[in-house]
Design a protein around this ligand. Structure first.
Ligand code: THU
Length: 146
C-alpha cells in the first residue's frame, strides 16, 4: 500500500499535468496535506505579464485556505525531469504564515523525493505580532524583538 508521502507525490504529479506554463514550459505541481488528512492541489499559472505568474505551491495553499483550511502537515512539489524541485523563497514565506513545522517533500517526475522541514528550509520567517496572535503562536514585530 502507498504511504501518505507517496500519495501526496502522486497528487502533485497529477496537478502538474494541469500547469499553465506556455512561457517557461516548466510545469510544476503541488499537493498540500491538511491536519485532518485532506489533500489540496495546485499548479503554476503563468501570465503574459511574467511577474503575475503564481507558483504551484501558492495556488495549492490559496485553494486550501479559501476552503477554510488553516492547518497543514506536509506539502509535495514536483516538476519535469529527474531533478527534485525545491520551493522558491516567496512560497517559503507564504507557507510559513500557516505552518512553521510543515514537512516539505521535494520530488522529481519519477516519484522520488527528498524531505525537509520548512523550518530547515526557511528559518526565521518574517512575522507580525497581529498575525502571530491570530494564529495562536509566538510572533515578533519584524524587528527581531521578543
Ligand atoms: N515555479 C513554481 O511553480 N514553484 C516554485 O517553487 C518555483 C517556480 C514556477 C513559476 C514559473 O511558472 C515556472 O516555475 C518557472 O519559474
Amino acid at each position: 500500500m502507498d504511504s501518505w508521502a507517496e500519495k501526496l507525490i502522486a497528487a502533485a504529479l497529477l496537478a502538474r499535468e494541469r500547469a499553465y506554463a506556455p512561457y517557461s514550459s516548466f510545469k510544476v505541481g503541488a499537493a498540500l496535506l491538511t491536519a485532518r488528512g485532506k489533500i489540496y492541489t495546485g499548479c503554476n499559472v503563468e501570465n503574459a505579464s511574467y511577474g503575475l505568474t503564481v507558483c504551484a505551491e501558492r495556488v495549492a495553499l490559496y485553494n486550501a485556505v479559501s476552503e477554510g483550511e488553516r492547518e497543514f502537515t506536509a506539502l509535495a512539489i514536483v516538476s519535469d525531469g529527474p531533478s527534485i524541485t525545491v520551493p522558491c523563497g516567496a512560497c517559503r514565506q507564504v507557507l510559513a504564515e500557516f505552518s512553521r513545522d510543515l514537512k516539505i517533500l521535494m520530488g522529481n517526475s519519477q516519484g522520488g523525493y527528498v524531505a525537509a522541514s520548512l523550518e530547515e528550509l526557511f528559518p526565521l520567517a518574517f512575522t507580525l505580532d497581529a498575525a502571530g496572535e491570530a494564529a495562536g503562536k509566538e510572533g515578533n514585530n519584524g524587528r527581531g524583538e521578543i
